[in-house]
Write a protein that binds this ligand. Structure first.
Ligand SMILES: N[C@@H](CCC(=O)N[C@@H](CS)C(=O)NCC(=O)O)C(=O)O
Length: 207
């Protein structure tokens, strides 16, 4: 399977951890966004939305990290990471959509203008980020992992996001459930070392 990625990208790291968890081998194809490689016709023919991560499995192209993660889990039959029980799966989906639409989005809203457009920090956007983190802290109340007591794809995707917050210098100690869960994930999420290497790359944007 060809995997178009950059190591610093949080959604790419989520897919790499999932691949490690299910034993899928990815044929890594580095795509340099800074050089505009994602806008070249060859890549646009695969993914007209020009985003990474993008997976190509025997001619089948797929993007959106969480869709790729669940595809890999289904394909490799690692059901414990995405159980079929409707309520369990519904909670996992809720966490995944929260991660994409709220938690990571608030990070992007606050940090991206500063990182990529040299804009000043916006305190309102910082508050929105803290509110989102507060929600995640509440979800973790009484739960070992993001969607209950077992490690699932929700943890894999959320740890890619949280490690990105951490790398940006966001203080997680104010959110004790998140801080504790993060430490657990560092030890138990398969392929976490790959995530860490990517986070180290991402940190370079802050220098
Ligand atoms: N929700 C998407 C986000 C993908 C995304 O925005 N990726 C960024 C890199 S981290 C990208 O490809 N940006 C280039 C572009 O949008 O043109 C996912 O989880 O896969």
């Amino acid at each position: 399977m060809d995997f178009y990625y950059m190591p610093g990208s949080a959604p790419c790291r989520a897919v790499q951890m999932t691949a490690a968890a299910v034993g899928a081998e990815l044929n890594l194809k580095f795509l340099n966004l800074m050089a505009g490689e994602h806008m070249k016709p060859d890549f646009l023919a695969i993914n007209p939305q020009h985003t990474i991560p993008t997976l190509v499995d025997n001619g089948f192209g797929l993007w959106e990290s969480r869709a790729i993660c669940t595809y890999l889990i289904e394909k490799y039959g690692k059901e414990s990471l995405f159980p079929k029980d409707p309520k369990t799966r519904a909670i996992i989906n809720q966490r995944l959509y929260f991660d994409m639409g709220t938690l990571y989005q608030k990070f992007a809203d606050y940090y991206y203008p500063q990182l990529f457009a040299k804009a000043p920090a916006d305190p309102e956007k910082f508050k929105a980020m803290e509110t989102a983190m507060g929600f995640f802290n509440t979800f973790l109340e009484g739960n070992k992992y993001a969607a209950g007591n077992d490690l699932t794809v929700a943890d894999i995707c959320l740890v890619a996001t949280i490690s990105t917050y951490d790398a940006a210098g966001f203080d997680l100690s104010k959110f004790p459930n998140v801080a504790k869960w993060f430490e657990l994930c560092k030890k138990t999420v398969p392929g976490y070392a790959i995530n860490q290497a990517g986070v180290d790359e991402f940190k370079k944007f802050f220098n």
